[in-house]
Write a protein that binds this ligand. Structure first.
Ligand code: ASP
Ligand code: MG
Length: 429
């Protein structure tokens, strides 16, 4: 017997017909191949588009809405789908019961609309499982110390699922979505992208945050911290599909477990795991900044105080007259705010001109394999140069090399790099 958390996203829950398919998958998962029963907890999203609709209602009702009441409204989407799934399972003869965030409870910090899970009281859940019931939990929602409804930020149901899996020590947390796994790159750009059998938590964090939007980034961080084994797989499957226990999707696991898979011959070791791209950043250049202690602090302090995330940073070596240019990137949505803050402080910082450009993209090559191998960056730069793609900035970490390029060259760069690292799927004749 295994204990499994199954999470279904908004597209999988969109309408009673789809909820019936989900209920079928849940029912089949409950009955293990060896005749025993698995213990099943299901975490659900609201129907696709529903949360956006509810957010709009809040804006219409009061543009300066109180986040506590916003949470009451937007959390309702998941209440509907969890009840509907319990009803559908019951109609199939499967005992099932829903458990709302405040009923367990799922305790979170007070920060309305962007709360974090602090603790989950699992007693009621464990009793239900013991009684052979399927427990259905609405994702995205929790309860504050004040006993009020909170939500975890957009896409937060993934995090709910991982938090529940950690709280009940589940053997696996299966995230069912509209893709069948994590790919070496965006399959819409590279037709020969391959589905990965497994990625490490660290790799997934890089891939998630740099544009491969399969899971909420925070859910991956939590899985890493709590050691929850996650599988991403498709809910759009037929009755003959490989059972989830045979791991048809992509596993997100520790580096230790990954090494074991390689040693046991279940996987080949790769130098590079995937290529991600991100068009949502913008570049800011401040020209002729005084090259002296404190200059850079003067630039970045106000941005951090305004919670604007700065990603790539380059500062040129000072040129004559003790001046230098500083270039960095911020999320495109924060560009105007960042620009206003910097213009306000022009005298303090002492720059000459501010130049902005949102027509850029960040391309990242990710892989734990690069911890022990040199040459990944050189291959990247050569491959891009051979296609005449100009690199405007570079950043690296232990498992990632990112470059900033012109946005128009995104697709070309991704294709070129995917081939350069030998990631293209072999042609099947
Ligand atoms: N329904 C919420 C959203 O759309 C949470 C989720 O689906 O993960 O952001
Ligand atoms: Mg999602």
């Amino acid at each position: 017997m295994a204990r499994i958390v199954m999470k279904f996203g908004g597209t999988s829950m969109a309408g009673t017909e789809r909820i019936r398919r989900v209920a079928n998958i849940v029912r089949r998962q409950q009955h293990a191949a060896d005749g025993t029963r698995h213990e099943i907890v299901v975490v659900v999203s609201a129907m696709a588009g529903e949360t956006d609709r509810l957010v709009n209602f809040c804006r219409e009702a009061n543009p300066l809405y109180d986040p506590a009441e916003y949470d009451v409204v937007v959390a309702s989407g998941e209440q509907v789908t969890s009840g509907l799934l319990a009803l559908t399972l019951q109609a199939m003869g499967c005992p099932a019961r829903s458990w709302l965030g405040w009923q367990l409870p799922i305790r979170t910090i007070e920060a309305h609309s962007r709360a974090r899970v602090e603790a989950i009281e699992a007693d009621a859940l464990l009793r239900a499982l013991d009684a052979g019931e399927i427990a259905v939990i609405p994702g995205f929602q929790g309860m504050s110390d004040q006993g009020r409804v909170t939500t975890l930020g957009r896409g937060g149901s993934d995090t709910s699922a991982v938090a529940v899996a950690a709280a009940i020590h589940a053997d696996r947390c299966d995230i069912y979505t509209d893709v069948d796994g994590v790919y070496t790159t965006d399959p819409r750009i590279v037709a020969r992208a391959r589905k990965l059998k497994a990625v490490t938590y660290e790799e997934m964090l890089e891939l998630a945050s740099v544009g491969a939007k399969v899971l909420q980034t925070r859910s991956v961080g939590l899985a890493m911290k709590e050691g929850v084994r996650v599988q991403v797989l498709s809910s759009f499957i037929d009755d003959n599909a490989t059972p989830a226990d045979d791991l048809p999707g992509t596993l997100i696991i520790s580096e230790g477990e990954m090494n074991q898979m390689v040693e046991n011959g279940h996987m080949e070791r790769q130098l590079v795991t995937g290529i991600a791209h991100d068009k949502n950043e913008a570049k800011i250049i401040l020209t002729r900044v005084p090259d002296r202690p404190g200059s850079v602090a003067n630039i970045f302090q106000p941005l951090s105080a305004a919670s604007i995330n700065v990603d790539m940073i380059i500062q040129n070596v000072g040129r004559d007259k003790g001046e230098t240019d500083v270039t960095f990137t911020v999320p495109q949505t924060d560009l105007l705010r960042a620009q206003a803050l910097l213009e306000d402080r022009r005298d303090v910082i002492g720059y000459n001109r501010i130049i902005t450009d949102s027509h850029i993209a960040k391309i990242s090559v990710v892989g734990v394999g690069m911890k022990s191998h040199a040459g990944v960056a050189a291959t990247m730069f050569r491959a891009l140069a051979d296609r005449g793609i100009n690199i405007q900035a570079i950043t690296t970490s232990e498992i990632k090399v990112s470059v900033m390029i012109d946005e128009d060259e995104t697709e070309l760069a991704v294709r070129v790099l995917h081939s350069a690292y030998g990631l293209d799927e072999e042609e099947t004749a």
